[in-house]
Design a protein around this ligand. Structure first.
Ligand SMILES: [Zn+2]
Ligand SMILES: [Zn+2]
Length: 124
């Protein structure tokens, strides 16, 4: 697992935080939380790195609300499926819906490699 330095400027107070993060190689993706050393603001990160050169990494910050919305969306989806399941329980004996365990995102690296990373979803 490559360790990569990341300079992160807090979007609340502007403090520079120097981080060293363990970044998994795609298609693995990790969720991380970083806390601003000055104001304590917490930012969620999704991290992955290029499987070809292992040097360039991609991250998604929560100022786009990306991880939050993804997991919220996944949660809603899971609840929805569960609701359908419950309402059908008297009619059919068993109702199976294949739930996606992960979502994939396509990424490209500056080395020219295109690769896929998988976003972990909350499980039932
Ligand atoms: Zn801060
Ligand atoms: Zn690369």
């Amino acid at each position: 697992m490559p360790k990569l330095p990341l300079k992160y400027f807090c979007y609340v107070c502007g403090q520079q935080n120097d981080l060293t993060l363990n970044i998994p190689v795609a298609p693995k993706m990790s969720r991380d939380e970083i806390t601003c050393s000055k104001c304590g603001d917490v930012t969620n990160l999704l991290l992955t790195s290029c499987p070809e050169c292992k040097e360039s990494f991609k991250y998604f910050l929560s100022d786009l609300d990306f991880p939050h919305e993804l997991t919220t969306l996944a949660d809603v989806y899971v609840k929805l499926i569960r609701g359908i399941k419950n309402s059908l329980s008297e009619v059919v004996e068993e109702f199976k819906v294949p739930l996606p365990k992960r979502w994939s995102v396509k990424l490209d690296c500056q080395c020219g490699k295109e690769y896929t990373a998988e976003i972990p979803l909350p499980q039932l």
